[in-house]
Design a protein around this ligand. Structure first.
Ligand code: DGL
Length: 279
């Protein structure tokens, strides 16, 4: 069985493009529709009820596009809203938390795992729990988790300051407690952080494994498409559409470095706040 409908992906803005590019790499034959909620970004500093409402509205938009799966490419939205989205969606929903937790548990040798994310994501405790649950499932004992919110990383990534002195100094400050704790695995639990991975790796040292949740999530997308029998087989010309709730030109300018290859063009404007949702 094949299903050529697109995979829907949403994020608070452009960060989710780091997840989208991993999806493109892993399942290149899939069509995708990406929605970036740039006009209401960032999500990482907002309240639980706001993030759930925004996420439900974004889901409604993707459903109106007849997607076969929804990927919540935003860590903050995954941490706060996944359960609500899953309960109300007519199609499978993939979040970015558990795939990263799985990779981290498999990668660690000393059982000391660091998690860096937005303030919102850290405050939910969802990542910590996901790592603890996965470790339990894998029969691992003595897992210790160290969390650190790194809010300034989002601005530094959006500014394109991936390898600047200010970024290094900021990283040294944020990551100091994790280095001191001796973590050997660090989950980059925010869409923007993979862009800063060179600096993060240098500050943490070569022996620390950095987990890119986008990569781990793309693998889950592939597994689920295969399991559900909904992969787009033999689709040689996948369609790749982009929507933003802010100015399309602005989206395309800032998006380019996040996406790497395959620059977005023809991005359309759409605001999801027109959707009524009750929470
Ligand atoms: N996309 C968000 C995340 O992964 C980061 C940016 C924001 O705060 O909206 O948590």
């Amino acid at each position: 069985m094949t299903d050529n409908r697109p995979v829907g992906v949403f994020d608070s803005g452009i960060g989710g493009l780091t997840v989208l590019r991993e999806i493109w790499k892993t399942v290149p034959e899939e069509s995708t529709i990406y929605f970036g909620d740039n006009s209401r970004s960032p999500y990482g500093t907002k309240s639980r009820s706001t993030i759930i409402r925004y996420s439900l509205q974004n889901m409604k938009f993707l459903e109106s596009k007849d997607v076969k799966m929804i990927v919540v490419a935003c860590n903050t939205a995954s941490a706060y809203a996944y359960e609500e989205l899953k309960a109300r969606s007519g199609v499978p929903v993939v979040e970015v938390v558990t795939p990263g937790a799985d990779v981290a548990c498999r990668a660690t040798k000393n059982g000391r795992i660091g998690i860096i994310a937005t303030k919102g994501t850290i405050s939910t405790g969802v990542y910590k729990k996901a790592v603890e649950d996965r470790a339990k499932e894998l029969g691992m004992e003595n897992i210790e988790i160290f969390q650190q919110a790194c809010p300034l990383f989002v601005s530094l990534a959006e500014e394109g300051w991936w390898d600047k002195e200010v970024t290094r100094l900021t990283a040294e400050e944020y990551l100091k407690p994790l280095k001191e704790a001796g973590v050997d695995t660090l989950v980059m639990a925010c869409t923007h952080y993979p862009l800063l991975s060179k600096v993060i790796q240098e500050v943490m040292g070569d022996n620390v494994v950095l987990v890119n949740t986008g990569e781990a999530t793309a693998k889950v997308v592939k597994e689920l498409l295969d399991k559900e029998g909904t992969a787009s087989e033999g689709n040689s010309s996948p369609v790749r559409e982009f929507y933003t709730s802010d100015e399309p030109e602005l989206f395309e300018q800032v998006a380019t470095p996040f996406l790497g290859e395959g620059l977005p063009s023809g991005t359309k404007h759409f605001t999801t706040d027109r959707y009524e949702v009750t929470i």
